[in-house]
Design a binder for this molecule. Structure first.
Ligand code: GAP
Length: 457
């Protein structure tokens, strides 16, 4: 679906959010090895999560799909991987030391802390229900500070980056001089960011350590409005192309008081989470704010001389800024489905849980399943696995009844299962089972790659 034609209509017909989906997905994540609470054997470490064997594949696929669309398939965007530790000078110039704050209130009764702007009722504490118990709001800076080197002195203070963006701005000159790119062009980066969130929560939606996928697109100032519009739609389309239904996505423009200190216009790509619409990604017009600030603070000129026009200007920046971990969660929510089916091969009714991931997002693309653990099936199964592994991320599973193994792969979102059975020994063919339709095709092993590659490309 091309969102430029008629996407507005699809929002008005959006389904109601399903609050029960949240627990179902969180439970599935733990049960199947997507996401584990961090430091679980020590009782957990609030709001940090570890990505398990399947979750790490999902997250890599999200990042890979973003990189493919933002860097690989374009000629005007290059990549960067900047340091996480950074000197206070960067954050002084960017305005984060001054402005990257949330309003914090304490409940005098139960001592819990809350973000003022996230409270539903400014009079009643959501934890202990005391009324009128909040302190005056004070601004709390979200950046994590630590020390570089052995001395814990002011001069050794450094920050963990709260956004990847500043790495792109402080390297603007380096990239311009080495990449032969000219505005309009972009610098893209994927990496960890850290924010000392007052109220982390909703699983991996808001955490203190998370991954971002950001791109700074440097444009002539008079083209900023055009590129802002372009990137809003481009980014919305990306989620649809990867299987999120258009009626679960919308673009929402920030009003004046919501804008960040550096932005003149921002629109959020929002997803219909189980608790309602919430932000997946922000697309902002950051103007020439960051380059001007860093030029002033560093003494380096960060402008661009356009030889064709004979003009010197500081580029404006359009920034699509997404969260990789938050996006992975949205893909999980959107892909989750349950359907009543007859147990394959047994005629009994049951509920089938499926993650209907787009094949690019699915952790495993193919599962290789010998029908039984018998030695004579292991050799051909291993040969099939070796045939497929250079092309696709494969799972291999040889225990349990085949029906249960299919259900497990459905819950992992694996698009195809390849079953090696005793007939394989005679006909040198395998059964390819489709996750969504459960249809089964008999395919000669010699033709297996030709069968799967076009479906999974
Ligand atoms: N450079 C601009 C910037 O960082 P942002 O809206 O603060 O903008 C961009 O962050 C994206 O990063 C958000 O849309 C969200 O997907 C993700 N993000 C931000 N804070 C997060 C957190 N605490 N936990 C998980 N993801 C977060």
């Amino acid at each position: 679906m091309d969102l430029r034609s008629g996407y507005l209509d699809s929002w008005t017909m959006s389904p109601a959010p399903d609050p029960s989906l949240f627990d179902k997905v969180v439970n599935l994540c733990k049960r199947r090895g997507f996401v584990f609470p961090s430091a679980e054997i020590y009782g957990g470490f609030r709001s940090t999560y570890d990505y398990g064997p399947v979750g790490v594949l999902l997250l890599r696929n999200v990042k890979e799909a973003w990189w493919r669309s933002m860097v690989q398939l374009r000629h005007d965007v290059v990549g960067l991987d900047a340091a996480i530790l950074s000197p206070p000078a960067i954050w002084e110039a960017s305005g984060h030391l001054q402005n990257f704050t949330d309003p914090l209130v304490d409940c005098r009764n139960c001592r819990e802390r809350f973000r003022l702007d996230k409270l539903d009722d400014l009079e009643e504490c959501p934890n202990c229900h005391a009324r009128g118990s909040f302190t005056e709001a004070r601004q709390f800076n979200l950046m994590f500070k630590t020390y570089a080197g052995p001395l814990e002195t002011t001069s050794a203070e450094v920050y963990l980056r709260p956004e990847t963006a500043q790495g792109m701005f402080v390297n603007f000159k380096n990239v311009l001089e080495t990449s032969r790119k000219r505005p309009p062009f972009g610098i893209a980066q994927i990496g960890k960011s850290f924010r000392n969130e007052i109220t982390p929560g909703n699983f991996v939606f808001r955490t203190r350590e998370f991954e971002q996928m950001e791109m700074e697109y440097f444009v002539p100032p008079d083209e900023a409005a055009k590129w802002y519009d372009y990137w809003c739609y481009e980014r919305l389309q990306w989620y649809v192309d990867l299987g999120i239904p258009a009626d679960q996505l919308r673009l929402r423009a920030h009003d004046e008081e919501e804008l960040s200190h550096y932005s003149t216009a921002t629109s959020d790509v929002e997803f219909l989470f189980p608790w309602g619409w919430d932000e997946l990604e922000g697309v902002a017009n950051r103007t020439d704010y960051d380059l001007t600030q860093h030029a002033k603070a560093s003494g380096e000129s960060l402008d661009y001389f356009d030889q064709a026009l004979g003009e010197r200007y500081v580029p404006y920046v359009i920034e699509p800024a997404a969260g990789a971990t938050r996006t992975a969660m949205a893909f999980l929510m959107a892909a989750y489905d349950e359907e009543e089916v007859t147990r394959e091969g047994q005629g009994q009714g049951e509920t089938r849980t499926i993650l209907r991931f787009h094949h690019r997002i699915a952790p495993y693309k193919v599962a290789v399943l010998p029908l039984s653990k018998k030695a004579e099936l292991q050799a051909p199964a291993n040969k099939v696995l070796e045939l497929l592994q250079p092309h696709f991320m494969c799972d291999y599973d040889e225990t349990q009844a085949i029906g249960r193994r299919y259900r497990r792969q459905d819950e992992l979102g694996t698009p195809y299962c390849v079953t090696i059975d005793f007939e394989t020994l005679d006909d040198h063919a395998v059964t390819v089972r489709d996750r969504d339709s459960m249809a089964q095709d008999r395919v000669p092993i010699d033709a297996l790659l030709d069968h799967l590659v076009p479906k999974l490309a």
